[in-house]
Design a protein around this ligand. Structure first.
Ligand code: SF4
Ligand code: SF4
Length: 447
């Protein structure tokens, strides 16, 4: 089995020392809980409750018939205070259900527990995972039941657990692996029950020795078809394509899904939720968030109910120690800048970072000096400076012909560029430009 590495990549400072040794702390929210209708890739949900309704913890409050979507549950008991537009982490206004918590956390039986998942048919497990609202909790937020339903004829040979957590500052996955390895392995066993011919591989960067030790120790109790695969530290190791190449030696063709080469990749938090959904009947109600950065007074890992305000998480971490130059949702490489902290955490919120100018300096762009560093760094084998040029000239067909749609927006090119060119942003713009051209040429809904 190959443990090759992918081409390109970079080695930014990990900066994980702020939170990697901090045990996960629980936060009980004081304020209202806000649930945006789009917490996943795919069709947004529609509220199925109305203002004034009493809701219970775990009760479904929004859903849709669309296959690529995932329902949303109330993470507290209380009263629906409002349904309306609120700002979300991206800064956009979105329809939200707002619940005033009664502080009782009274549970409503949303799913049945199944202590022995082996008594369930694989399709029943997938149905439970859908009903539990599970999505890719590493940040991708692709609905997990869709991932677990590969096209007919595609044989799944490897289920890879993504424990790379290669983004600097973040350690929420690392802490889950250290503190709660059992549900991660249990969730993987459920997935292996769905795909009995597959092998389970837990891929962890070798800068997480305690997580590797805990998972390996836990596996000795199981004896299942699962192994831990430590691998070298390199960014963006946690990107699906890079992880698959490193762990299995398989290269995914451009535009194809991991199932094409017999792989499924699931984040450690996603597997934890799969375990609790199937065995306890608990849907996705909360998540662990790393609240870090040099502008946070006391960085820590916090488990909080979904819908909790980011401000409450920052307060629980001691507030800001200085004026942040930049606040991010997610890591510094692929995270998104936040305009306000009065927005709720959602299923994909792995981190909240508040950074001083030391970690988030502002630069002016200068001209490309044709040094080629961006080409060397790109893990997708692209030519970022040429893509950048095509986008700035609005030559979207040129951008597409040069493989721009394969850009995974990892930020490696921007990181190494001595001219501080906004290469990743222009790639994002280029992808949006290509999609807009397609819609214009073929009509709305063109693929
Ligand atoms: S952001 Fe895109 S172009 Fe830049 S290094 Fe990553 S994959 Fe390559
Ligand atoms: S790294 Fe920057 S300066 Fe060097 S070739 Fe790429 S865009 Fe030009």
């Amino acid at each position: 089995m190959s443990l090759a590495t992918f081409r390109g990549g970079i080695h930014p400072p990990g900066s994980k020392f702020m939170t990697e040794n901090k045990e996960i702390e629980m936060l009980v929210p004081k304020g209202e809980l806000v649930y945006p209708m789009s917490q996943h890739l795919g069709a947004p949900c529609v509220p199925i409750v109305k203002k004034g309704d009493r809701v219970l913890t775990g009760q479904k409050i929004a859903d849709t018939d669309a296959f690529v979507s995932a329902p949303i549950m109330s993470s507290v008991s209380g009263t629906v205070k409002d349904i309306g537009n609120r700002m979300t982490i991206s800064g956009a206004l979105e329809t939200c259900v707002i619940v005033e918590s009664d502080g009782l956390f009274e549970h409503g039986a949303s799913l049945l527990p199944h202590r022995d998942f082996r008594e369930l048919e694989p399709a029943e497990c997938v149905k439970i995972i859908r009903e539990a609202g599970i999505v890719g909790m590493g940040g991708a937020t692709f609905p997990t039941h869709v991932k677990l339903s590969p096209p007919p004829g595609k044989k799944i040979k490897w289920i890879i657990v993504n424990g790379a957590e290669c983004e600097p500052f973040l350690s929420c996955d690392n802490r889950l692996m250290i503190e709660h390895p059992e549900p991660i392995i249990g969730g993987l066993e459920i997935c292996l029950h769905i795909f009995p011919e597959a092998e389970g591989i837990i891929a962890v960067e070798n800068n997480k020795p305690e997580a590797i030790r805990r998972l390996t120790g836990e596996l000795s109790e199981h004896g299942a078809n699962i192994r831990v695969a430590p691998h070298d530290v390199k960014y963006p190791q946690g990107a699906e394509k890079m992880l698959i190449l490193t762990v299995t030696g398989q290269e995914i063709p451009p535009g194809a899904l991991p199932a094409e080469v017999g792989c499924l990749v699931l984040n450690v938090s996603t597997l934890t939720h799969i375990w609790h959904a199937v065995t306890d009947g608990t849907p996705v109600l909360d998540r662990v968030v790393s609240v870090a950065g040099d502008a946070v007074a006391s960085p820590k890992n916090i488990i909080a109910p979904l819908g909790t305000s980011v401000r409450e998480l920052v307060d629980a971490a001691g507030g800001f120690s200085r004026e942040p130059a930049r606040i991010l949702s997610g890591g510094p490489m692929m995270g998104i800048s936040m305009r306000s902290i009065d927005v709720p955490i959602v299923k994909g919120t792995s981190g909240i970072l508040a950074l001083s100018p030391k970690y988030a300096p502002t630069f002016d762009e200068s001209n490309c000096i044709r040094c080629g560093r961006c080409i060397t760094a790109c893990p997708m084998g692209l030519w970022p400076s040429e893509l950048d040029k095509a986008v700035r000239l609005r030559q979207y067909s040129n951008f597409e012909q040069n493989g721009g749609m394969n850009c995974i927006e990892c930020g490696s090119c921007t990181y190494v560029c001595p001219s501080r060119r906004f290469l990743t942003q222009t790639c994002r713009d280029g992808k949006a430009g290509v999609m807009a051209e397609r819609v214009k040429q073929k009509g709305i809904g063109a693929k």
